[in-house]
Write a new protein. Structure first.
Length: 42
């Protein structure tokens, strides 16, 4: 497992999360969507 793997599922309260956490969550979601899209086309 690499650092930050759980950031796509960050259920901490908004007042605890940082802007960087939110960016990491968005990045993880976009990477997951691209991976799924790519492999569903095969």
């Amino acid at each position: 497992m690499y650092p930050g793997i759980g950031r796509g599922f960050d259920f901490r309260p908004v007042h605890v999360r940082t802007f960087a956490d939110d960016l990491a969550t968005k990045d993880a979601n976009q990477r997951t969507a691209a991976f799924v899209r790519k492999h569903l086309q095969e």
